[in-house]
Design a binder for this molecule. Structure first.
Ligand SMILES: Nc1ncnc2c1ncn2[C@@H]1O[C@H](COP(=O)(O)OP(=O)(O)O)[C@@H](O)[C@H]1O
Ligand SMILES: [Mg+2]
Length: 367
């Protein structure tokens, strides 16, 4: 968690653009990152994450726009002139050097006094809990340990900003999950501002305080993991972050504190306004876990209550997923935690069911 007293606009990009020939890789990106924050750039392959990170690091020159650190424009400084350090996915550890030498490498090149190097390397190896392994070579370590050495080396120069490009990309799934927490702990302990790139939404949600969702070189939405999950502003974000049911229609009501959308399955009531125009195209987004399912409709409920037939059921241990197809042919995805009332209701394939949700559990999206 970033400290609330630290500057909120510590690292800023202003209309940052990178073109390669005719193609725009990064398109007018405005970001404002707080000191001490862990900030994730999230998007699918080719959306411009690495190019944006490389511009921060100084490995790419922006076509236009500014990069400000504490108000100073750093966009035209060489990589070594900026207080930034980048950790690559491949780690790029020197195989013939032991851990101690790997971490000391950059400090020696900087010409730091021997005693300082000795102390700093010791501190860093302790920080990543590899002090006892100082004399080992990289190949004598697990993937997760190698990753921590690379982190120790990146932090040894005490950068103001740590840049991580797919930091866990080389690890298998189980090790990734464990290492995510270790990495966050170390970064927060040091207090360094961190910008990380990932295409994995779970990783971004687990590690980052805020996330910028990117598509085609643009930033579509910035917010905390909860904000982008609960209040996606566009179809793309709703669909990219987690799983969602999107119901297309036209805005039929728009009042200050609620609205409604006429869709193929009927009118859907939503507990917020979108300040739109009645008749305009709009889509309702409902997360599968917000939808309830049952063989009987709940007493007294008339809104956001629909019916359909169960076409698929998948059991995932802690929750079940149902695909329900409505008479209009719309497929709804519904998840229920295991051990809920459903076990008693015993829903099975081809059952006719009702499904429903609260006004406040859906979002209306304009595009
Ligand atoms: N050096 C380069 N020359 C030409 N095109 C590039 C170069 N680097 C990246 N691109 C293009 O820019 C776009 C964004 O790439 P990149 O930033 O690597 O995406 P991501 O990291 O999100 O996968 C892609 O279309 C890619 O092909
Ligand atoms: Mg990349």
């Amino acid at each position: 968690m970033a400290d609330n007293n630290l500057p909120k606009d510590y690292l800023v990009t202003e209309k940052l653009v990178k073109r390669f020939d005719e193609a725009v890789a990064v398109d007018e990106v405005d970001l404002s990152i707080a000191q001490g924050e862990i900030f994730a750039l999230l998007g699918s392959s080719g959306c411009g994450k690495s190019t944006l990170l490389r511009m921060l690091a100084g490995f790419e020159t922006p076509t236009s726009g500014r990069i400000l650190l504490s108000g100073q424009d750093v966009a035209r400084l060489a990589p070594y002139e900026r207080p930034f350090n980048m950790m690559f996915q491949s780690y790029a550890l020197f195989p013939h050097l032991d851990l101690w030498e790997n971490v000391a490498f950059g400090l020696k090149r900087e010409g730091l006094p021997k005693s300082d190097i000795q102390q700093r390397v010791g501190e860093m190896l302790d920080l990543v809990q590899l002090g006892a392994y100082a004399k080992r070579k990289p190949h004598q370590l697990s993937g997760g340990q190698q990753q921590r050495v690379a982190l120790a080396r990146s932090l040894a120069k005490r950068p103001k900003v740590l840049l991580l490009d797919e930091p866990l990309g080389a690890l298998d799934k189980k090790l990734r999950e464990q290492t995510q927490f270790e990495l966050v702990n170390i970064i927060e302990k040091v207090g360094v501002t961190c910008v990380m790139v990932t295409h994995d939404q779970e990783e971004a949600m687990t590690m980052a305080g805020r996330i910028a969702v990117m598509s085609k070189g643009r930033v579509l939405q910035v917010g905390s993991p909860q904000e982008v999950y609960e209040y996606p502003r566009t179809r793309f974000v709703a669909d990219f972050i987690g799983s969602v049911n999107l119901l297309d229609g036209k805005l039929s009501v728009d009042e200050t504190d609620h609205c409604a959308v006429q869709t193929a399955i009927g009118e859907i009531h939503v507990g917020h306004s979108i300040s739109g125009t009645v008749g305009m195209p709009a889509a309702v987004a409902v997360r599968p876990e917000k939808v309830s399912i049952g063989k009987q409709a709940p007493q007294g409920l008339s809104r956001n209550l629909f019916n359909g037939r169960v076409k698929e059921i998948a059991y995932f241990g802690s929750f079940n997923t149902y695909i329900v197809v409505t008479p209009q042919g719309l497929r709804m995805k519904i998840t229920e935690p295991n051990g809920s009332h459903l076990n008693l209701l015993d829903i099975t394939w081809e059952d006719e069911v009702f499904f429903w949700w609260d006004d406040t559990d859906a979002m209306v999206l304009r595009d």
